[in-house]
Design a protein around this ligand. Structure first.
Ligand SMILES: C[S@@+](CC[C@H](N)C(=O)[O-])C[C@H]1O[C@@H](n2cnc3c(N)ncnc32)[C@H](O)[C@@H]1O
Ligand SMILES: Nc1c(NC[C@H](O)[C@H](O)[C@H](O)CO)[nH]c(=O)[nH]c1=O
Ligand SMILES: N[C@@H](Cc1ccc(O)cc1)C(=O)O
Ligand code: SF4
Length: 356
């Protein structure tokens, strides 16, 4: 039986780390039910999705994250006209959002990031641009000798809509020292996100779980996000990213030990715990179909999640690390998936406003 006092604290946004650890000892199906109740109370029964497209400006990366398979030494950097061609395909498909992503190339300067945003905005003023990672901008600001807030203000003025909350991985230095010792530290990530929020930029938040971290470390990550949200209120959503173990060093070691990343029940428990800790603070929790697959995403939408993510059209990162769920989910199929669990599909924009 789920203790009533814990459910009440969760409902009021006050669930603690100890509450979450206790819930993990309960029957998982009761935990899922509780998360589903909290989700309904917080955001209702609608399930949102966004028509968007990923554009990978480069497939190269000089980062050395041990968990990542997206790090070819040689590859491409798109030119502005090539980027605009990709945006055009999204525009034709009715997208409201472009996600600019790529590996980490230290030679890319803030000016290049600004130029991309301006070029897209000039031709497609109505498409919102979601992109770049805290790690890239942190580096670019340092190279230019400007403060983080100045860098984010420039991006905002150029037309960046929202920043991604990637590079968060697990916000715990013990874990980062194993999976990404050269990446921005926990403190730097927090500082960078807060600077973005202070400059007026909205971001989403992510967590990549299911490798070397403990439940306590996952929970503490969620509590860090909750704490930031209480100060800035500028996270739109949480996007949990279950770790994919193929073609990377962390996964190789796990596979030798007979582990292949989180299983389905583990994913659902994570969604439920995220709902328990965040419902009142970051009410939108995304069941990313590209990571979970369509059917497990349907189940996650009954265990705390309320959003199915984007159509994406392309997803090089997931494919590189062994993803098998495709790269494009047509809006009509998204609606079908949502109706299949008896809920109403609602097309949203990046800020979770319904698109009419
Ligand atoms: C590939 S990076 C691209 C943006 C930028 N280079 C960065 O590191 O933030 C985006 C995110 O993908 C996620 N990712 C990378 N490898 C993954 C894997 N094997 N399984 C699941 N997610 C992964 C990580 O959370 C990472 O922050
Ligand atoms: N681009 C990827 C996403 N993005 C989801 C949306 O971009 C997001 O919900 C929002 O609209 C912006 O805050 N999710 C993935 O799992 N993988 C991606 O590559
Ligand atoms: N594309 C990355 C992470 C990501 C998540 C959410 C975003 O909004 C953007 C990027 C992945 O699939 O692992
Ligand atoms: S997570 Fe980002 S920085 Fe790290 S290797 Fe992958 S693409 Fe590069």
């Amino acid at each position: 039986m789920i203790p009533e006092d814990i459910e009440n604290r969760a409902r009021n946004g006050l669930a603690t780390r100890e509450d979450a650890l206790k819930l993990l000892k309960e029957n998982p199906f009761e935990l899922f039910d509780m998360a589903d109740r909290l989700r309904r109370e917080s955001v209702g029964d609608d399930v949102t999705y966004v028509v968007n497209r990923n554009v990978y400006i480069t497939n190269m990366c000089r980062g050395k994250c041990n968990f990542c398979s997206y790090n070819q030494p040689d590859g491409y950097i798109l030119t502005i006209p090539e980027i605009l061609e990709k945006v055009e395909t999204a525009y034709v498909a009715g997208a409201t959002e472009i996600c600019i992503q790529g590996g980490f190339l230290p030679e890319l300067k803030l000016d290049f990031y600004l130029e991309i945003v301006r070029a897209i905005k000039e031709k497609y003023p109505d498409i919102s641009i979601h992109g770049y990672s805290p790690m890239e901008i942190n580096h670019a600001a340092r190279v230019d000798g400007i403060s983080l807030e100045e860098a984010f203000t420039k991006l905002l003025e150029a037309g960046l809509g929202t920043l991604t909350g990637t590079s968060a991985e697990i916000l715990c230095q013990r874990v980062r020292n194993i999976i990404c010792p050269e990446k921005i530290t926990t403190e730097e990530w927090i500082d960078t996100i807060k600077s973005a929020h202070n400059a007026g930029l909205v971001t989403n938040s992510t967590i990549m779980y299911g490798h070397v971290e403990t439940w306590k470390e996952r929970i503490d990550h969620l509590l860090i996000l909750r704490d930031i949200q209480q100060k800035t209120g500028k996270f739109t959503e949480l996007v949990p990213l279950p770790f994919l173990p193929y073609n990377n060093r962390v996964g190789k070691k796990m596979i030798k030990e007979g582990r292949y990343g989180p299983g389905g029940i583990e994913d659902l428990k994570f969604y439920a715990i995220a709902r328990v800790l965040l419902s009142k603070h970051i009410p939108n929790i995304q069941a990313s179909w590209v990571k979970l697959g369509n059917k497990l995403a349907q189940v996650a939408l009954n265990c705390g999640a309320n959003d199915l993510g984007g159509t994406l059209m392309e997803d090089q990162i997931t494919v590189a690390s062994g993803g098998k769920n495709g790269e494009y989910l047509h809006p009509e199929e998204m609606q079908w998936i949502i109706r299949g669990i008896g809920r109403r599909p609602v097309r949203r924009d990046t800020h979770y406003r319904e698109c009419k």
